[in-house]
Design a binder for this molecule. Structure first.
Ligand SMILES: [Mg+2]
Length: 298
């Protein structure tokens, strides 16, 4: 039975839905709402990563955000006292570029409706990124149109993306998030740009980010583990948890982000495990492995 208050709910869930200890060998970890909230690190952040290291748990940090690059997230974590190699950080921009790099020859042409992180990721993966200054010439064609969140797009760029999709380019979206959180409230996200082009062309995009499967597949490649040995840790039911299940992975929901206990109680998406935050997850990982270093005993 699920109670709607705090730890009781988590305990009930976890008694009912426990997963094999081997499911913790590899973790795919969401960032916002899990490791930090905006610019505020979650309590227990360094202890969490210390536990992952002590327990030799492999991890990839995965975000639907396509505007930044891995080194920027590594620098953010460093400022919070945690050292993570950029190779362990997977943005939806990186996942998109990697997905497409396996499907197109070097030098294939891409039109990017997005920010610098997405353009850079496509260029690093050997795509020729077309100019986005003004409307593209009428005879220009692209192999692929990649659309992500952007704060700087103008009509000519959105129209160019639609024009190129109408003329045969593969239509790919970094992530389907309809909004992104802002101090003033939710503002249009990547999904809003995708909807604009979908409406104008009648074409549906391939979605790379969560809950799409491509970002999970890329994370699995980097981790080198099996699905049974891999769990997704996230705070959003419809992307992190539903996406993990669709990809055949175990799921761990943390209630430190966008999902309230009330929302979880009414959800059809049911995670394998639920914890309040990374402090409680850390305690669980350490106890499951019978490993209690003195600094983690609290
Ligand atoms: Mg999140």
């Amino acid at each position: 039975m699920v109670r709607t208050h705090g730890r009781t709910l988590c305990l009930c869930y976890n008694l009912l839905m426990s997963i094999k200890t081997t499911a913790f060998r590899n973790l795919i970890i969401d960032m916002d709402g899990v490791l930090w909230r905006g610019d505020t690190p979650m309590p227990g952040l360094p202890d969490f990563f210390q536990a992952l290291q002590d327990l030799q748990i492999n991890f990839v940090l995965a975000t639907n955000n396509a505007t930044g690059i891995a080194t920027q997230y590594a620098e953010k974590l460093q400022a919070y006292g945690v050292t993570v190699a950029p190779e362990a950080i997977l943005t939806s921009a990186e996942a998109t570029a990697s997905y497409l790099q396996k499907r197109f020859p070097a030098g294939a042409t891409a039109y990017v409706l997005g920010e610098s992180g997405l353009r850079a990721a496509m260029q690093r993966n050997a795509f020729e990124v077309l100019s986005d200054e003004g409307f593209v010439d009428h005879d220009v064609r692209a192999d692929v149109v990649v659309v992500g969140f952007t704060r700087y797009a103008c009509y000519a760029q959105i129209a160019s993306a639609a024009f190129l999709v109408n003329n045969g380019a593969l239509f790919v979206g970094t992530n389907p998030d309809s909004t992104f959180p802002h101090e003033v409230g939710p503002l249009p996200g990547a999904g809003a740009f995708l909807a604009f082009i979908e409406t104008a062309t009648g074409c549906r995009p391939i979605i790379i980010g969560k809950p799409g499967s491509a970002i999970f597949e890329e994370a699995l490649i980097r981790l080198g583990g099996t699905r049974e040995e891999t769990s997704m840790v996230g705070d959003r039911l419809e992307t992190d948890i539903a996406g993990a299940h669709a990809a055949g992975l175990n799921s761990i929901l943390l209630l430190s982000g966008v999902t309230s206990r009330e929302k979880l109680a009414g959800s059809e998406v049911v995670p394998n495990l639920v914890f309040d935050d990374i402090r409680e997850l850390t305690r669980h990982l350490l106890s499951k492995n019978g490993y209690v270093p003195k600094d983690h005993g609290r």
